[in-house]
Design a protein around this ligand. Structure first.
Ligand code: GSH
Length: 207
């Protein structure tokens, strides 16, 4: 019996990817909501878990893991006996890492940032974020042509890492209409046993 806690925010796609992998792996975890609006993530108790003051953070026994992609790697290494979510093959593992970097790079500064503007009122360049989003979506659309998953022939943490902010891109005024391969890929992820969605938002919560 594990004793896993996930410190998260229900509208955070970074948090959702950790929650999603926990669920896909069939692991139970206590979800601890961090009150970002009240600045709880910048208080000493939370900063002791993650000095960057960001969700998500996972606690598993004596281990504390901050950063969503680090959490995905940890959970896959620790709990996926079959090594399917993070393949051991060096070339496939490198390809997974490439798409974790995409999630932390172009997806964070594209669709995630565009959604931050609409949902949380973030003072970011909305048009630039939308442009970055369409660039990464175009690359993913080509990449997914003829493939079911981002890496190899089964789902990996690369798919989990990129799911939420792409699925919720329309909340940032980033339409997925021109990306049928991306939409089919999102549907394949949503059909996986154990899939849990991220809460949708009415745009303009900050208003
Ligand atoms: N690289 C981090 C980014 C996490 C992140 O940006 N978290 C946001 C919520 S989605 C957050 O906590 N923002 C509050 C802040 O940065 O002050 C990760 O992958 O976990």
């Amino acid at each position: 019996m594990n004793n896993i806690k996930l410190y998260r925010h229900p509208l955070s796609g970074h948090s959702h990817r950790a929650q999603l992998l926990l669920s896909l792996l069939g692991l139970s975890a206590e979800l601890v909501d961090v009150d970002l609006a009240a600045g709880e993530h910048k208080q000493a108790a939370f900063l002791a878990r993650n000095g960057f003051g960001q969700v998500p953070v996972l606690e598993d026994g004596d281990s504390t893991i901050a950063d969503s992609n680090a959490i995905l790697v940890y959970l896959a290494e620790r709990y996926d006996a079959g090594n399917t979510w993070l393949p051991a093959d060096p070339a496939l593992a490198a390809e997974v890492q490439r798409f974790l970097s995409t999630a932390a790079g172009q997806v964070a500064s594209g669709p995630a940032a565009a959604r931050l503007v609409n949902v949380f009122g973030a003072a970011l360049d909305h048009q630039r974020a939308i442009d970055v989003a369409h660039n990464v979506l175009g690359v993913l659309e080509s990449h997914l042509d003829g493939r079911d998953w981002l890496v190899g022939n089964q789902p990996t943490i690369a798919d989990v890492a990129n799911y939420a902010y792409i699925a919720h891109a329309p909340e940032g005024d980033v339409s997925l209409d021109n990306y049928p391969q991306v939409r089919a890929w999102l549907q394949r992820i949503a059909a996986l046993p154990g899939f849990v969605p991220m809460q949708a938002t009415a745009v303009g919560l900050a208003a």
